[in-house]
Write a protein that binds this ligand. Sequence first.
Ligand SMILES: NC(=O)c1ccc[n+]([C@@H]2O[C@H](COP(=O)([O-])OP(=O)(O)OC[C@H]3O[C@@H](n4cnc5c(N)ncnc54)[C@H](OP(=O)(O)O)[C@@H]3O)[C@@H](O)[C@H]2O)c1
Length: 251
Amino acid sequence: MNPKITDWRDKRIWLVGASTGIGAALARSLAGQGARLALSARSADKLAALGCPNALLLPCDVTDNTSLTAAHQTLLAGWGGIDLVIYLAGDYEPMRADAFDLARAEQIIEVNFAGAMRVTASVLPHLQTGSGIAFVASVAGYRGLPNALCYGPGKAALSHFAECLYLDLEARGIGVWAINPGFVQTRLTAKNEFAMPALQSPEQAAEAILAGFSTGGFEIHFPKRFSRLLKLLAILPYRWYFPLIRRFTGE
Ligand SMILES: NC(=O)c1ccc[n+]([C@@H]2O[C@H](COP(=O)([O-])OP(=O)(O)OC[C@H]3O[C@@H](n4cnc5c(N)ncnc54)[C@H](OP(=O)(O)O)[C@@H]3O)[C@@H](O)[C@H]2O)c1
């Protein structure tokens, strides 16, 4: 399906959403394996504090096309091309119908979905055979969940976008990946007030992502004991799915 990536030495990789959490752990791991990195997020200070030697630091805001395009132009001027883009930028707020906040929901969709489309539009003309783009979505995008009124739909849209792109780009030898993590301990999940099953560290998530790239599959999902259970639930008819989700979540 996708190219298998096992050797990261000298690969030119743009991580969008690299300042904290999973992106920061991925940046450190890839730097340790000899990749050439371009690192983006809004917080220039946090990108610098990652301590990835020789990384191009390209602070930008994915909700602002001018800022994003400027970062991409700087990258092209520095490198001339790109081997892999990994879109990790994300925002999250637990949200239910009894406290639906439209402005906040729109902000979250802007980062989690529209930002990914902006990055794609910018890099697509420059992706060559053998290169690719990966999107960090979430197992929360598989199907509807309580408390996920704006996060889940944005991630479902992102996965769908990745599937369409994959179909369009496969014949040109350009890789497209959907990365669906379960719960990872970061500032985003610190907002959750419930016990998170199979919670992983950002370093474990980074390791699972790099292991996933070595398989050549379209989807990288982890931890398997949790993501496989959600996959199973996702193929059930609604009359079974909804009661089971209520039972598991207590909502
Ligand atoms: N943690 C989990 O359990 C989990 C599970 C499934 C999927 N995910 C996804 O994994 C990705 C990484 O999340 P994380 O948990 O590692 O959270 P995080 O630590 O908050 O990382 C989010 C990253 O996105 C960047 N970002 C946010 N808004 C941005 C904007 N407007 N422009 C540019 N960059 C922006 C942040 O940097 P700045 O604030 O500096 O801009 C940060 O680098 C997200 O897409 C998230 O939805 C997380």
